[in-house]
Design a protein around this ligand. Sequence first.
Ligand SMILES: [Zn+2]
Length: 459
Amino acid sequence: MSILIKHGRIITADCDQAADIFIEGEKITAVGKNLVMAADETIDASGKLIFPGGIDPHVHLDMPFMGTFSSDSYETGTRAALFGGTTMVIDFILQKQGHSLSDALQEWKSRSNNNCVGDYSFHMAVTDFNENTKKEIGHFVQNEGITSFKTFMAYKGALMIDDRQMVGLMEEVKEQGGLVTVHATNGDMIDYLIAKHRAEGKLSPLYHYLSQPEVTEAEASERFADLANYTGCPAYIVHLTCEGALNAVRNATRRNQNVLVETCIQYLLIDASLYRREDGGKWVMSPPLREKKDQETLWAGINQGLVKVVATDHCPFKWQQKLMGKDDFSKIPNGHPAIEHRMELLYSEGVNKGKISVNKFIEVACTNPAKIFGMFPRKGTIGIGSDADIIIFDPTEKHTITASSHHMNVDYSAYEGWEVTGKIKTVLLRGKVAIDNNVCKLEKGYGRFIRRNKVNGII
Ligand SMILES: [Zn+2]
């Protein structure tokens, strides 16, 4: 099967050119002006932009959490991602304390195997680092193609590791050629504030926000950066939200340390005033939404090259599930739906409104995730030999985000009524048309587990 895409304008992280693309099987085999090839199918992309497929390196599909499961399965979540131009996601496996990493991998495979429409990989969340876990790290890097290890500095008794375990894990991951990622926050301080607010009868969603002040994230980000600097381990902070935390990373650059930073689309666009609403539980996530000044800091961080990735932390719960916490903010399942709209929102609010360049958009949404997590140049760019993961995008079409037309398995939208400029028209995944005119052409099982290479934290 071969496809020729004609007359488009190709945008990558570092180029912008009018050229054609020729695809054979799953790969791009030629890029050039006025290609003349016999193809099984020709796509006319006149007037359109052509992007590499998006990579969202932070999603939680079908994940057990707070007594329930996130509402998107691997099928519905990866399909919704494709509608939004995200051709690959990286999901999280959570080790159970007292059990092995391999047990956790088996459990996650039982839910994901043959169920994905789009491509996927896993981060391994290490929640119990000990002599046995240590022996498994090398196996995951070398044999499973899982080279990133997530840690939590919060959720004590379930997911959190202490600094002793953190340093041990960093030493081993560095040795094996992997990367340590972190939910950087001061878990003990948050636990104290949650207990205090509950004891005072302060139970509305607003107190979710007030239990996780900026200092909890800033302090932990600095501590994580210091430990990574001491061990020399490649380091990545997930879902960074605020000025204080970004300043900690900026300080680390002064000693020529690379701390890779991800933010998520919501922290760029919406703020903590939503927690005062009756339905504020829709935006209960951790870390919480912050202030307008933090949004400006994050946009600036992208342009300064400090913020390398824009992800989603997609972790949807239906309204009925959110109501588990209607009388107590601490019982609201954390997370919000965004996997489908990351690319269009970032283009519309970022590129179209003049905050970032179109090349920067591709860098943070496609290319950097591929580089950081060991998949470049197979993924994250348009080049000869790369997987034919391609978006054909109309930069002028306007549309409105609404729950009634989205494809995520959740009964509300966190962005209800947002008008966006720019629409994903066609999406290819490994040489097959995945989305065309709002129809998904692929079945579950097409999505493939992508084995990742060793990484060193330098991109
Ligand atoms: Zn997450």
